[in-house]
Write a new protein. Structure first.
Length: 155
């Protein structure tokens, strides 16, 4: 599954690489994306403004003997940066269920998104705090690296 995702990501980058333009972050547009991190999955996103994006991720974590379904609503604030590269902070609520258990928690981190075109971006992020509710666990550090792509419609 990861190999298919990596191949698709590479193909998209090559196809869009020829059309590099002075890109800026999306504004009042819906989009979707694919993510690889703790879980493989996708997400739906809405750019409220060039600086504020909200969305939800849906993923599947496959482990020996137990699989988990993940649902992760999030909010992302993008800083000014250059036209193409936007650093951001992200906050999210996580819900994971599988193997007869359900876990919930809050997380926050930072990352950067490179907009190859005004409608297509590549991103990477690192979590810095993870607060799980049951069992109660708080983790600080460089947690859960994640990479992905986003494609926005219109404009």
């Amino acid at each position: 599954m990861k190999k298919v995702f990596s191949t698709a990501l590479a193909a998209i980058i090559v196809l869009l690489g020829a059309s590099v333009a002075k890109a800026q972050s999306p504004d009042q547009q819906f989009g979707f994306g694919f993510t690889a991190g703790q879980a493989l999955g996708g997400h739906l996103v809405y750019a409220i403004s060039p600086a504020i994006h909200i969305g939800t991720g849906v993923g599947l974590r496959i482990q020996d003997g137990s699989n988990e379904f993940h649902l992760t609503p999030y909010g992302k604030f993008l800083f000014a940066g250059s036209k193409e590269l936007k650093p951001y902070i992200i906050a999210q609520f996580g819900l994971a269920t599988g193997g007869g258990t359900t876990r919930t928690g809050l997380g926050a981190g930072f990352g950067g998104e490179y907009f190859i075109t005004p409608n297509f971006g590549l991103f990477g992020q690192i979590g810095v705090i993870n607060i799980q509710f049951d069992p109660s666990v708080t983790t600080f550090g460089l947690l859960e690296p994640t990479v992905g792509v986003e494609w926005f419609f219109g404009k």
